[in-house]
Design a protein around this ligand. Structure first.
Ligand SMILES: [Zn+2]
Length: 79
């Protein structure tokens, strides 16, 4: 019976040590992009998207085709 208690104590110790090592990783942002990928922000809504997923118009980036069109429309209205 002592062995079981000892085994149980060891398992709890291992879990406690593991949780200490796992915790720092959880502090990172919830949806990490692919490592090394540059993040750009949409010129319309400001949301951050990986550069490979973003649409580009000159120096501006967009999260979706809709926002790209919206940006083009707003440029027309200004001029
Ligand atoms: Zn957007």
């Amino acid at each position: 019976m002592r062995i079981l208690i000892l085994l149980f104590a060891v398992i709890i110790l291992i879990l406690a040590i593991r949780s200490l090592f796992i915790k720092p990783a959880k502090n990172k942002p919830s949806k990490p992009p692919a490592l090394g990928e540059k993040m750009v922000s949409c010129a319309v809504c400001g949301i951050h998207v990986p550069e490979s997923n973003a649409l580009r118009l000159k120096e501006h980036f967009f999260c979706s085709e809709e926002h790209l069109q919206e940006w083009k429309e707003s440029l027309k209205n200004e001029s």
